[in-house]
Structures are given as C-alpha cells and as structure tokens.
Design a protein around this ligand. Structure first.
Ligand code: NAP
Length: 339
C-alpha cells in the first residue's frame, strides 16, 4: 500500500494562524480501488485565503473544517489506479481532496484536464477557479463596459493578477491595481498589464487612488475590504459597480472589523455593491477556459506562481498567502518531479 501524508487541523486558530495549528500525519492508501473510484497521486495543491474562514467553528457558505480531520482544497494529480473507464490511469485530474499526497475519490468527483492547453498547475490558477473568479466578477458581478476605469485590490495575487488583464480584454480604458510593497507594484506595471499601481503600505490610499484615477472609477474588484473598500466607494462614479469578492484584511480579525463609513456615497452615485461566490458561476467554466487557454498560449495572459515544495511546508505556504508572501498563485508542489 502506498504511504501517504496529509495535513490535519490540530487547533482552531485565534487571530493569525500559527504552524502549531496544523499537524502532518502519515497515512496509507489502498493500491486498488472499487468500481467507480480512482486513486490520485496529487502533484500540486492550491493554497487559498478563504480557508482561514473554514478554520473557525462558525456557520458559513461552506462547513467548517473538523479538528483532527485532513484539510481539503483544490488539487491536481495523476490517476494511478482506476475503477472507471471515463478516468483512465495516467489522466491528469483536478478535484477537491488536496492537503494530502494521495486521495481515493469517486470518479464523478474529479475532472480530467487537458494538459496540452497548459501545464497541470495552471488548472489551479488562471485556468481554474482562480481565473474564473476574476472572469465572473468582471462579466457578471461588476460587469466592465467599454472605456471603464477599473480598480483591483490584492492585484499582484492569484485572482488580482488575472483580473487586471481580464478587465483590459473586456474594454477597460484604464486599470489600476493596489498591492503591498515596491516589488509587487513594479510587477503590476511590468508584468500584469496595470496602467497604475498603488502601494497601499505607503498609506494615503484615497489620495493615491485619486491620483491614479482623477475622474474616479467605474468598477472595483474588492479582495481586501476595510480601507480599500472605503477608498473605492469614495472614488466611485455614477452607476459604478463593486464586486465584493473577498475581504482578506478582516480574515484574522478577533473583533468585528469596522465597515466603510461612507456608504451613502454609494447611494448618491447609484452604485451597486454585489457579493459573489465563484461556485455560483461554474457554468461559465467552458467559456472562460476557451478564452483563457488562448490568451495563455499566445502570452496575452501573463501569470506567475509562487511555489513551495513538499506537503510538510503547506502550512507555511498558507500562513504566507495571508501575509502576502506570494506573487500570483500560491501553490504547493507535492511531487518534486512535477512541472
Ligand atoms: N468569492 C469567491 O468566490 C472568491 C474566490 C477566490 C478568492 N476569493 C477572495 O479573493 C481574494 C484574493 O484571493 P487569492 O486566492 O487571489 O489570494 P492572493 O491575492 O493570491 O493572496 C492574498 C493577498 O492578499 C494580500 N493581503 C493580505 N493582507 C492584506 C491586507 N491587510 N490589505 C491588503 N492586502 C492584503 C496579500 O498581498 P499584498 O502583498 O499585496 O498585501 C496576499 O498576497 C481573497 O480575499 C479571497 O478570499 C474569493
């Protein structure tokens, strides 16, 4: 039986998680599977900020993680044993049983991906739910119109680095991103196609946004909440649209985070603030994959990965994504041979 390892939640974090909230556990997996099941050797796993919410024992749109149980999340891997003609041995698949080296899954719970379109890891990033989040936010939740000025926060991160380029492709006339620190703001301009970059760690976010968008913004993709949402509402133009995608500045908060105090500005501008969950937009996947694969192949969609090697370092990668250690998609490579 192959030996496997998995990461379990050892304790519910208070505030910022620590490495002691996680434990690495050795397990064994069967080398044969029942009819209708597959055994997958995971090669890459996704590390996502929303997982912080599942570590708290509170009701949400997805159940909390159980203490002592393996964590879960998006992963990609190779099928090494199969009881399904639809998912043969050797196929590359995505699924939701990450945070472990091997996973036994129902064949219906995996999706075979075409690695001739892009490397396997891209199906956790631009060609996965990460890219789809950006696309759905900018086509459905806060649709971009020709000539719009678009602002994106956490713009050097996984969703944000794609969002700026999607906004441009949808006809935005000016795309502004915010990120933490000079290396990331340079990356926004040099690599991810932003016209202007704000380093929010320098302070003066409303003033920096006013300088970058003197006539205001039409669309804001909010990944941060708090000060960023407040600044965006302050800059929103009439009939502006704000997609509430994430609020990472609040995820480790131990007391309720203050909300924006300028909401009436949104009323005066007849702006729309609308939340979104990518899981409600999976019907857009074929459309997005079609567009993204073309952009990825011809180099018009530029993406980056921050890769941490080894399942034993997955908790470190998770702490890192909350602190901004990543540029582009934060990934853990589970197989040193994977490319
Ligand atoms: N609604 C949905 O379905 C959905 C789907 C995917 C993601 N999301 C949300 O979208 C956001 C981005 O997700 P992602 O996977 O692409 O992560 P990411 O942007 O790759 O990583 C998170 C980034 O947040 C930034 N950050 C951390 N604390 C911050 C703070 N206090 N103020 C400003 N920025 C801060 C860091 O970048 P800096 O170094 O620039 O600070 C960090 O790199 C998250 O809020 C996530 O929960 C929502």
């Amino acid at each position: 039986m192959p030996a496997s390892r998995e990461i379990r939640l050892a304790a519910r974090p208070t505030g910022e998680p620590t490495l002691t909230d996680f434990e690495l556990v050795a397990t064994q997996v069967p080398d044969t599977v029942a009819d209708g099941q597959v055994l997958v050797r995971n090669t890459w796993m996704s590390v996502d900020p929303y997982m912080r919410g599942r570590m708290d024992d509170v009701p949400s749109y997805i159940p909390p993680f159980e203490l002592g149980a393996p964590l879960e999340g998006s992963a990609v891997g190779e099928v090494v044993a199969s009881g399904s003609a639809d998912v043969p041995v050797g196929a590359t698949v995505t699924h939701f049983a990450g945070w472990r080296e091997y996973a036994v899954l129902d064949a219906a719970a995996v999706t075979v991906v075409d690695t001739s379109l892009a490397p396997a890891s891209a199906f956790l990033g631009p060609l996965g739910t990460t890219g789809l989040t950006a696309y759905a936010a900018l086509t459905r939740t806060a649709p971009v119109k020709e000539g719009d000025v678009v602002f994106v926060s956490a713009a050097a991160g996984a969703v944000g680095s794609v969002a700026g380029q999607v906004a441009r492709a949808l006809g935005a006339s000016r795309v502004i991103g915010s990120a933490g620190g000079p290396a990331k703001t340079k990356k926004l301009l040099d690599t991810f196609g932003y016209d202007a970059a704000i380093d929010y760690r320098q302070g003066g976010l409303p003033e920096q946004l006013a300088e970058a968008a003197p006539d205001g913004i039409d669309v804001y993709v909010d990944h941060v909440g708090g000060d960023h949402l407040q600044a965006a509402i302050g800059a929103i133009r009439p009939q502006g649209r704000i997609a509430l995608v994430g609020a990472i500045s609040t995820y480790n908060a131990t007391t309720p985070a203050p909300g924006p105090d300028n909401l009436f500005q949104a009323a005066k501008q007849e702006a729309t603030l609308r939340g979104m969950l990518v899981s409600s937009h999976f019907d857009l996947f074929p459309e997005w994959i079609g567009k993204a694969a073309g952009m990825f192949a011809d180099g018009t969609l530029r993406t980056e990965e921050t890769v941490v090697d080894g399942i034993e370092r997955a908790p470190e990668a998770f702490l890192g994504v909350l602190r901004g250690a990543n540029t582009g998609k934060m990934l853990v490579r589970l197989d040193g041979q994977a490319t």
